[in-house]
Write a protein that binds this ligand. Structure first.
Ligand SMILES: Nc1nc2c(ncn2[C@@H]2O[C@H](COP(=O)(O)O)[C@@H](O)[C@H]2O)c(=O)[nH]1
Length: 265
């Protein structure tokens, strides 16, 4: 398959290198267009009011991989690749392998997921891949899974266009309990803004924060409650696959608003 790979951890990240090299060695046509530096938690930001630059990069990836480093956001990278850099559309857009989970509400902030979502918006099947650890650097189990998954996608395409948000537990290959189709859970953070003073005496703040609990998503989302939740299955060392789409319409809200009887005076 012809595959476009992006990320939000930047061109030097081990996750994208392991993924791209593993898939190139498996014989896929791999094109990398990703940020030239760390762009985590940038969501789906686009660069509109200044130029975007992209330069080809040699000697980071397998010789068969064509790679560009871009000074834009993850979404800029995928848009630029599809509309300007690639000579033909890819069969698949991958993003990752991210250093850190993208589960539950983290999905909304994730540059990793947003890069893949950009592919979906352009009508291309897309997959976001995240290793659920900010410390573990062993991306090979996730890359091995991606090789198997992409191989099966090539033989048996998905019946409908969707984005697959795949989270890989940070364990050895033989410790992975299996693969589970999941629904998006909720991740709560205690956000901490570290208040500091710069060398010119001006106050600044730095966001940190920790996940404090994973909870059940609110009821009434019309999601089958028998489908397990992403955060729970990662805890059980399962690879979690959650189908996502970009239409955020809240189905139950449509019914409730129609019964609400709003009267325009
Ligand atoms: N302090 C907070 N950090 C958060 C919150 N929600 C997400 N996050 C972090 O952002 C990244 C986004 O993923 P990436 O794919 O862009 O790297 C995620 O891994 C979390 O670490 C939050 O509410 N507060």
């Amino acid at each position: 398959m012809k595959i476009l790979i992006s990320n939000d951890d930047g061109i030097s990240a081990l996750g994208i290198r392991t993924l791209a090299n593993t898939l190139a060695q498996a014989g896929h046509d791999i094109n990398v267009v990703c940020p030239d530096r760390e762009r985590s938690a940038t969501g789906h930001g686009l660069t509109m009011h200044q130029p975007i630059r992209a330069e080809m990069v040699e000697s980071i990836f397998h010789p068969a991989v064509k790679a560009w480093a871009c000074d834009g956001t993850p979404s800029d990278c995928v848009k630029l690749a599809l509309w300007a850099l690639l000579d033909s559309p890819p069969d698949l857009v991958l993003s990752g392998i991210n250093q850190g989970a993208n589960l539950g509400t983290e999905i909304l902030y994730s540059g990793t997921v947003s890069a893949a979502m950009e592919g979906l918006i352009e009508g291309i099947p897309s997959v976001a891949l995240s290793l659920t650890s900010h410390k573990n650097k062993d991306f090979q189990p996730g890359a091995n899974f991606a090789k198997i998954f992409v191989g099966q996608l090539a033989q048996n395409p998905l019946p409908e266009l969707m984005l697959l948000n795949i989270n890989i537990p940070a364990v050895k290959w033989e410790e992975i309990a299996g693969v589970c189709i999941t629904r998006q859970g909720v991740r709560r953070y205690i956000d901490v803004f570290d208040k500091r003073v710069d060398p010119r005496g001006k106050t600044y703040y730095w966001l940190a924060g920790e996940v404090v609990e994973d909870v059940e998503p609110p009821v009434g989302l019309n999601l089958p409650e028998n489908i397990p939740i992403d955060v729970h299955m990662i805890r059980k060392n399962y690879i979690s696959i959650t189908p996502l789409q970009y239409n955020l319409t809240y189905a139950n809200g449509l019914n409730q608003l129609s019964e609400w009887n709003f009267k325009f005076p």
